[in-house]
Design a protein around this ligand. Structure first.
Ligand SMILES: Nc1nc2c(ncn2[C@@H]2O[C@H](COP(=O)(O)OP(=O)(O)O)[C@@H](O)[C@H]2O)c(=O)[nH]1
Ligand SMILES: [Mg+2]
Length: 474
């Protein structure tokens, strides 16, 4: 392999066609290349004859001066039919020993210093060529021999290593290849993004931040992001206050790596009262609006460095501190806990089961959906539509083995851990009817359709507030 680095070698006629012709047999590219080489050779010979006849160099001198003569652009001489520039000759060559020009003052190179001294190493060494394979024939396999003898040209590479360098600060390089989501998240320093949509959430923020502060997953690996929208209460101010409280703590393990607040109103007019929110007619529009809010939040906050996305609603009463580690260890694409609530009646703690959005699909549910208009969004827990689905809320007990998994087809949004690549692949919360489901249930359906695994932990309980505690439900 002969490799040229020198800038005085201009690549002659080896255009793309010509390169192609080496592989594909003769073509006009190759013919063109040969023609140019012939012209160059002719021009070169005419040039040498001129140097002898006009300038008085002897043949012996010209042989010695070969390294200098190579600096002439023979390509140009070929194009210009052998016309040369006398100035170039005075500039590049040392003077001839004899003849009319021998003492001409225009020579740039001093006869004494450089005349016929071989130019220093690399240039001069180029005069010695070694053709042949890199191994002795006895060590070559028949295939290697055939390969070597079959090529007609020594392969030539021009500046093959020239790198492409980009200095512009407007161009950013993102490599998603090293971003993984593994069961050893904390040990691998995998970054977690906690996402919370907020609307009229003032009463719950303090508790929310108390619980977040207690999370044992390293806080320097956690980014928080909130979407505040359509609120009529003081959600924004309280959020700012709570964030200040947490982020300015001096204890190293409390503040989080970063916080983002996204504001976006969708013009949702539904009141946040339990009746308004949980009536059947409200479910379709409400779930679509929630889906949209989640997608806006996700698209604004998900950064290339995130490995996991942890969706966490604001109205959580209690949850295990190790929940992120516990969930990551399951190594599932999408994982949800069971959602219950406490209700105290006559000093008795009645454990209520909250979330009927986490379910396993049934024949009845599929049949029902098949008979519905594609745009209808199904909602659970309403006598209008009997789906016959199996609800995770009805299973499980927090006293049992927390690691028991069940596959799910629909999920609720109170707590979801998602491998970030699932979202990156385009699986999000449909704000329209996807297989007759929207938002988190549509998310689960879409993920399953795309081949991702959706699971629930019936015995791993996160405690939602009792809906009767909601303001506006007096
Ligand atoms: N930005 C925004 N957040 C909302 C909206 N509706 C609910 N949220 C938030 O989304 C989460 C879940 O809502 P929630 O009313 O608790 O739903 P539920 O638990 O299914 O009754 C909470 O953190 C709410 O503050 C909305 O329209 N816009
Ligand atoms: Mg809630």
């Amino acid at each position: 392999m002969v490799e040229f680095e020198s800038s005085w070698i201009r690549h002659l006629g080896f255009d793309d066609n010509a390169k192609q012709s080496r592989h594909n047999g003769p073509s006009s590219g190759l013919v063109h290349e040969k023609k140019v080489i012939n012209e160059m050779r002719n021009a070169g010979q005419a040039f040498l004859v001129m140097l002898m006849s006009s300038f008085g160099y002897s043949a012996e001198e010209l042989r010695m001066l070969a390294p200098y003569i190579r600096q002439f652009d023979l390509n140009r001489l070929a194009e210009e039919n052998g016309h040369y520039n006398t100035e170039d000759i005075f500039r590049i060559l040392p003077p001839p020993r004899q003849g009319p020009f021998a003492e001409d003052p225009r020579w740039r190179t001093s006869k004494k210093t450089s005349y016929y001294t071989p130019p220093s190493s690399p240039d001069y060494m180029e005069g010695f060529y070694c053709f042949g394979p890199s191994k002795p024939p006895m060590q070559m396999t028949p295939n290697e021999q055939a390969l070597w003898t079959s090529h007609l040209h020594t392969p030539v590479i021009f500046n093959h290593h020239t790198p492409i360098e980009i200095n512009s600060s407007t161009i950013q390089h993102v490599d998603l290849n090293p971003i993984t989501s593994t069961p050893k998240g904390a040990a691998n320093e995998e970054r977690v993004l906690i996402l919370t949509p907020l609307r009229d959430a003032a009463p719950y923020l303090e508790q929310h931040f108390d619980l977040l502060s207690q999370l044992t997953y390293p806080h320097h690996l956690i980014d928080l992001a909130f979407l505040v929208g359509d609120s009529t209460d003081d959600t924004m101010a309280l959020l700012a206050q709570e964030l200040k409280r947490v982020q300015t703590q001096t204890a190293e393990d409390i503040p989080f790596r970063s916080v983002m607040i996204v504001e976006k109103d969708f013009g949702v007019t539904l009141a946040q009262s339990v009746e308004d929110r949980h009536g059947f007619a409200a479910q379709g529009p409400r779930r679509k609006a929630m889906g949209r809010a989640r997608n806006y939040l996700l698209s604004a906050a998900l950064k290339p460095e995130h490995s996991w996305v942890y969706w966490r609603d604001v109205d959580i009463k209690d949850s295990p501190r190790k929940i992120i580690e516990d969930f990551i260890a399951h190594d599932r694409d999408i994982l949800v806990p069971n959602i219950w609530f406490h209700r105290y009646e006559n000093n008795v703690d009645i454990e209520g089961r909250f979330d009927y959005n986490s379910w396993q699909e049934s024949e009845q549910g599929l049949k029902l959906a098949a008979g519905l208009d594609k745009d209808v969004v199904l909602a659970e827990g309403y006598k209008e539509y009997q789906t016959g689905r199996t609800y995770m809320a009805r299973m499980g007990d927090w006293r049992e083995n927390k690691d028991v998994e069940i596959p799910l087809d629909g999920i609720g949004g109170v707590n979801i851990l998602v491998k970030a690549d699932v979202h990156r692949s385009g699986i999000n919360f449909p704000c329209y009817a996807f297989e007759n489901q929207a938002e988190t249930e549509g998310f689960a359906k879409m993920a399953k359709r795309a081949g991702y695994g959706v699971y629930g932990l019936p015995n791993y309980v996160v405690w939602h507030i009792d809906t009767e505690e909601k303001p506006g439900n007096a």
